[in-house]
Design a binder for this molecule. Structure first.
Ligand code: UDP
Length: 467
């Protein structure tokens, strides 16, 4: 009898339970499944339920042999829009609930390789002694990762904690960003003092990255090459394989129906976009976590309506933190909103950004949203909320020239002015650089492109590992 053929490598994948993390790690999963690897994907009960209800992910991924979701019960599953809640998840709930489970899975399930979200540093402890190599996947940009990584150097140089209140002061001790980085562009938690636990946790987790076997980043060399070369000095084994969603598109796996969204998408907005002229609509979304105060909502609303552009705005059920009774359209804005606006609770964002009617994206610069905008060549108006979004928006304006950054302001006149600047006054300039970067993004995932080759290398390297 012929010997049994060797079974394909088995990869355990573990994202932090948040929309942007689950979304991009599912994309990585799908690409690895396409290459014939077997995957166990760890997921919270709530996210599993939401994927089941709102997406076709279950049926799509189940069609690959060797795929399974493994549901983890008992995790903190509430919102993570504040430092305290993030701590509840990262420091309390996740390590306590999952460390024993991870060890069991790593010891019993013939795991070849463990791809853990790099924000879940305890994954290294769980895998210690099991012989299973741990690769870290970071869902943030290389520039944000590098800013996190340099925080201990900024403490040594006296840049942190900030002395005085001038957020425009230059930071010259992050290599590769000397010419343009200001205090306000550092990750948001740098503002809250060294004793802040999120600051400490994120800093120490990031510093552990070189202990992992490799670092996988959802970015591409033409976008972040100079910063990547600084990271590489500390983490020599890097795979830059992004934009992941563009890979799936290039392989024609991901059409409009294959979303990984954890919230129900309102697809009626596509019909509304169909009625608009090319590049005329402002798309507004602050992602899945960011919250606005009622006052900020009103400032944005006035600014957007006064810009006189048609707008599609994602107003999530929980977007406004300080909810009061009057969470309706303010009466003075009713007319402009009715005439030019379309509000949804959650949009099919990738399809929206692909739509020819969209002319600019008012975004919080979460990394997935930023990449999705880059791939479709949509200029950005940036309003970062927290964490990695502050460096991302600085790169959008100062380095990539893909839009304008209005961080730390929330004033109707500024919103109106910046939207007009991007969509009228400097429209051609931003469209041109967005077009150029979109071309590079698409080339990177096409045959022979840098991310295409790096994904191949990642797959081959995993295949060489033995469980
Ligand atoms: N998204 C979506 N519909 C929306 C808003 C966002 O599908 O109405 C998706 C978006 O395409 C992106 C993700 O949600 O993939 C948000 O991730 P990001 O990293 O941009 O921000 P986060 O939610 O983590 O702050």
């Amino acid at each position: 009898m012929d010997p049994k053929p060797p079974s394909p490598p088995h990869v355990l994948i573990f994202p932090c339970p948040a929309q942007g993390h689950v979304n991009s790690m599912l994309k990585l999963t799908e690409l690895l499944l396409r290459a014939g690897l077997h995957i166990t994907f760890l997921i919270s009960a709530k996210d599993h339920d939401r994927l089941y209800r709102f997406t076709t992910v279950h049926s799509r991924l189940s069609s690959y042999p060797g795929f399974r979701f493994h549901v983890i019960h008992g995790l903190y599953e509430g919102p993570i829009d504040t430092d305290e809640k993030l701590n509840l998840m990262l420091i309390d709930s996740l390590p306590k609930v999952t460390t024993p489970l991870l060890r069991m899975l790593l010891l019993d399930s013939q795991v070849t390789c463990f791809i853990a979200d790099g924000i879940l540093g305890f994954s290294l402890d769980a895998a210690a002694g099991t012989g299973v190599p741990v690769m870290f996947f970071r869902t943030i940009s290389a520039c944000a990762f590098w800013a996190y990584f340099c925080i201990p150097d900024l403490i040594n140089s006296g840049d942190l904690p900030f002395q005085g209140t001038n957020l425009d002061e230059r930071i010259v001790n992050v290599k590769g960003m000397e010419g343009f980085l200001r205090r306000r562009d550092l990750p948001s938690f740098c503002r809250s003092g060294l004793s802040n636990t999120t600051f400490q946790e994120v800093t120490s987790i990031t510093r552990r990255t070189p202990d992992a076997h490799a670092l996988i980043l959802n970015t591409f060399e033409d976008l972040e090459g100079p910063i990547l070369s600084h990271i590489q000095k500390h983490c020599p084994n890097i795979y830059t394989i992004g934009p992941l969603h563009a890979h799936l598109k290039a392989q024609s796996i991901s059409k409009s129906t294959s979303s990984n969204s954890l919230l129900q998408e309102d697809r009626t907005c596509i019909g509304w976009l169909d009625q608009h002229a090319p590049k005329s609509v402002l798309y507004v979304s602050f992602g899945s976590i960011a919250t606005l105060t009622r006052d900020q909502l009103i400032e944005f609303w006035h600014g957007i309506v006064n810009s006189e552009k048609p707008f599609l705005w994602v107003i999530r059920e929980d977007l406004v933190s300080s909810l009061d009774d009057e969470n309706n359209v303010p009466s003075e804005l009713e007319k402009g909103t009715k005439e030019r606006g379309y509000l949804v609770g959650w949009a099919p964002q990738e399809d929206v950004l692909t739509h020819s009617a969209v002319g600019a994206f008012l975004t919080h610069n979460g990394w997935n949203s930023t990449l999705e905008s880059i791939v479709e060549g949509v200029p950005m108006v940036s309003w970062p909320f927290f964490a990695d979004q502050q460096p991302n928006s600085r790169f959008v304006e100062a380095v990539w020239k893909l839009g304008l950054d209005m961080k730390d302001t929330c004033d109707r006149r500024i919103v109106e002015k910046i939207v007009k600047e991007v969509m009228e006054v400097r429209k051609e300039e931003f469209e041109e650089s967005a077009r150029r970067m979109a071309k590079l993004a698409k080339e990177s995932v096409s045959s022979g492109g840098s991310s295409y080759r790096n994904l191949d290398r990642l797959i081959e390297d995993i295949k060489m590992m033995t469980p």
